[in-house]
Design a protein around this ligand. Structure first.
Ligand code: 9MR
Length: 371
């Protein structure tokens, strides 16, 4: 508390001083430390972006993003439904614009995602033959990964292929291609895009059972002589319940396989939820208690959120030789997916910046680790 107050006071003084020297068009946001610069010797700092942001519809938003992030993941536009809407039709325009945005602002792009059971194109629905699934699988990877060869840093080649108990998740790919499909996806991506880093990405894969399944999957890919460069732990956690021990153990175990470890979709949600993870198909019914902070976050929760982020970044820094990237799933609390999932229209507060891009106590705790 005291520390935050002190930082806040220092910040106010800083704002007043810096305010005198601001260039035309500059915002007060520029007077706070830049996240990406703060951690420039440790790991990349990323964010998920949607169209309005990478189309630069609002110059202040662009300025803010460019100041704090050096990596970006498309929140939706590179998923198979939007990028491959019909058998022989691809919509590359948004992804091309994102790549341009990255080039212009020195932001590396993490492609998300080639093979995922969710957000599949409509023509995949009801697909009932091995041959057609195989054709989709091969064409999709070849065409999409091929197009961005040399233009993006990495691909989440396969996303969320596992159940909570570590077994393979039932999907159209598992049903028709068997569990070899994961290795095969990496093999095809490597061929189509040889210079791109290749990752497996999932949520809850820091938990022991799912982690064991994830390790088995990785070992299988490696045993087949196929390249896998990293594993993404999404990091959709809940305030006061961040599984620090499991996270640390996972960093160690994944790194021991020779992989880069990254936190790819970080957010810490503060609203009531009766399950953990990020299974997009799961929903909850709204009731009187489900949206308690419409008028603001109570101080106790704000402080807990700050403490959780502080402990998390302490852990990331401890293992900075293994952790290569930390990506937040959204720029600020106003555009997080958690305002609409698992219940639509809630007021959530899972990120470091509030709805006006102002830093929250969690931001100051995180940057203070490097000061
Ligand atoms: O944040 C994304 C949201 O806008 C989409 O509606 C949703 C649909 O599938 O996907 C969200 O992103 C997910 C990511 O692609 C994979 N891991 C879980 C993320 C949150 O659901």
């Amino acid at each position: 508390m005291i520390q935050i107050k002190q930082i806040a006071t220092t910040r106010m003084a800083g704002l007043l001083l810096a305010g005198c020297a601001l260039l035309p068009g500059a915002t007060f946001g520029q007077t706070i430390p830049s996240l990406k610069d703060t951690f420039k010797n440790d790991f990349g700092i990323g964010t998920a972006l949607h169209n309005a942001q990478f189309e630069e519809r609002d110059p202040q938003t662009t300025q803010f993003i460019v100041r704090h992030f050096n990596m970006a993941t498309p929140e939706n536009i590179m998923k198979s439904a939007p990028i491959h809407p019909k058998w022989d039709t691809y919509n590359f325009e948004p992804a091309d614009r994102l790549v341009e945005f990255g080039k212009k602002h020195n932001i590396q792009i993490n492609g998300h995602t080639l093979i995922w059971h969710s957000q599949l194109p409509a023509f995949m629905r009801g697909m009932k033959s091995r041959d057609s699934v195989r054709t989709f699988f091969e064409d999709h990877i070849k065409t999409v990964a091929g197009r961005y060869e040399g233009k993006i840093l990495s691909w989440d080649v396969v996303n969320e292929a596992l159940n909570e108990d570590g077994t393979m998740r039932k999907s159209v790919f598992l049903d028709y291609l068997g569990d070899e499909y994961v290795t095969e996806a990496f093999r095809l991506t490597q061929k189509a895009s040889p210079t791109t880093e290749l990752y497996y990405n999932d949520y809850n894969n820091e938990k022991p059972a799912k982690r064991a399944g994830c390790i088995a999957l990785i070992k299988k890919i490696q045993a087949a002589g196929v390249r896998i460069d990293g594993v993404g732990i999404q990091g959709h956690w809940h305030v006061g319940r961040v599984p620090f021990k499991d996270i640390e153990e996972s960093i160690l175990q994944y790194a021991a396989l020779g992989l880069k470890v990254m936190f790819t979709e970080l957010d810490i949600e503060v609203l009531p939820r009766n399950f953990q993870g990020a299974e997009v198909g799961q929903r909850m019914t709204a009731n009187e208690q489900s949206n308690p902070y419409v008028n603001g976050l109570p101080d106790a929760v704000q402080q807990q959120l700050a403490a959780d982020y502080e402990a998390l970044f302490k852990l990331f820094l401890k293992h900075k030789d293994k952790v290569t990237r930390v990506t937040f799933w959204g720029v600020n609390d106003g555009n997080t997916w958690l305002n609409n999932w698992p219940i639509r229209g809630r007021t959530n507060y899972p990120l470091l910046f509030d709805r006006s891009n102002q830093p929250k106590p969690a931001f100051y705790k995180v940057v203070a680790l490097k000061q």
